[in-house]
Design a protein around this ligand. Structure first.
Ligand SMILES: *Cc1c(COP(=O)(O)O)cnc(C)c1O
Length: 388
């Protein structure tokens, strides 16, 4: 179908002169560290204020990466040894790594046909040791937060939103990452907006904000931000890490933040065109979206009738020159080798069966109408062949 490769980058595809100019200004200031420097541009603090405005939250702390954002969120809640944290069985491994590094025990929960946490199984996985639950908004599609919070809130379990893959996506009109107790975002190269490496923690709770802000700066040992200034609210330092963002990353992140509305508009237009052109094919079932309006639209996921059909479709679409895959190899995190000794196969049987039947096709911000039509034609051709 296609000889020319499709470039499906998101914010990274939009990097340009504005980012270069912002970087040059930081270098001219000779202040690359966010908390020191006579002529500091203050890009990281500006980015934090910009995030609050763009997403509609009270506080934001920019950090080194998305995993660091999760670490800060867990530390802000005081999660540590002896605690359990419920995590979805289907996610990027960083969600689980952050819990393990905090010294807590990940408890895997089923995902449903939204690929988000199954609220009924979440209810079953909460114990008296549960210190937090993490929901993940996989590929810019919000998990069903109303149903998750209806389970977690009465049981006093704070919800962290891992919104690493969903900067700017919304759920019933609210930005994901601003609905639970804390949100964690990534600005890694493949995410919606990027500074190569980068992350943000968001919250509306001042205490959680202060804890997160101190945690990323050695627990408040030396200088600590209060939206760019210094805060004396927590006078005693605690054990933290260095997870700070530098001014160079802040400069790029700030420009990329301004590109977010245009980025999402392009992704949404391209996804809608592809979905419409693929049309309805019996046996090809779209992933359910709790709020289709809010979809950040970075990809399309379908479920096939069985795992072999899904593998064949992914491989055959790729053979047509169109990117397609089984996300995370079509298996839950705990089936990856590093977890096998502690978690048995069959732990979350519904997730194992569901994700093995999934196929994902990315959507590029720079796709032309012809590119979108090529993607749709390849999916249609292959699906019709495999399913009849
Ligand atoms: C990318 C990602 C992370 C980690 O972000 P980094 O910036 O790579 O550390 C965490 N959770 C999910 C779901 C991700 O996709």
């Amino acid at each position: 179908m296609r000889a020319e490769p499709l470039e499906f980058a998101k914010g990274a595809a939009l990097l340009g002169d504005e980012e270069i100019d912002a970087l040059a200004a930081v270098i001219r200031s000779r202040s690359l560290f966010r908390y020191r420097g006579d002529h500091a541009v203050g890009t990281v603090a500006d980015f934090e204020r910009g995030v609050c405005e763009a997403l509609g939250c009270e506080y934001a702390v920019a950090v080194a990466n998305g995993t660091a954002a999760l670490r800060c969120a867990l530390a802000a809640l005081g999660v540590g040894r002896g605690d359990e944290v419920v995590v979805p069985a289907f996610t990027f491994i960083a969600t689980v790594n952050a819990v393990l590094v905090a010294g807590a025990v990940p408890v895997f929960c089923e995902v449903d046909d939204t690929l988000g946490v199954d609220p009924d199984d979440l209810a079953a996985k909460i114990t008296e040791r549960t210190a937090a639950a993490i929901v993940v908004h996989i590929e810019n599609v919000a998990a069903d937060l109303d149903r998750v919070l209806a389970v977690a809130t009465p049981r006093n379990v704070p919800v962290i939103e891992d919104a690493a893959q969903a900067f700017g996506a919304t759920y019933h009109g609210h930005a994901v990452g601003t609905i639970g107790a804390l949100g964690a975002f990534s600005l890694q190269q493949e995410k919606n907006i990027t500074s190569g490496e980068g992350g943000v923690v968001t919250t509306d709770d001042e205490w959680l904000y202060l804890r997160a802000a101190r945690y990323q700066d050695q627990g408040g040992q030396f200088v600590t931000s209060y939206m760019g200034g210094r805060g004396d609210e927590l006078t005693e330092p605690f054990v933290g890490e260095n997870l700070r963002m530098g001014e160079l990353a802040g400069a790029v992140a700030g420009v990329q933040l301004g590109r977010m509305p245009g980025l999402l508009a392009s992704l949404r237009r391209n996804k809608a065109r592809i979905v419409k052109a693929v049309g309805d094919i019996p046996g090809l079932v779209r992933r359910r979206r709790p709020d289709p309006e809010g979809d950040g639209s970075s990809s399309i996921t379908w479920f096939l009738p069985d795992a072999p059909a899904a593998k064949r479709v992914a491989a055959a679409v790729r053979a047509e020159g169109v990117p397609a895959a089984q996300m995370y190899r079509g298996r839950p995190v705990y089936l990856s080798p590093s977890f096998r000794a502690s978690y048995p196969a069959g732990l979350c049987p519904r997730t194992e069966a569901l994700v093995a039947r999934s196929v994902i096709v990315p959507v590029g911000v720079g796709y032309s109408d012809d590119d979108c039509d090529d993607v749709a034609r390849a999916v249609r051709k292959v699906a019709c062949r495999v399913l009849t």
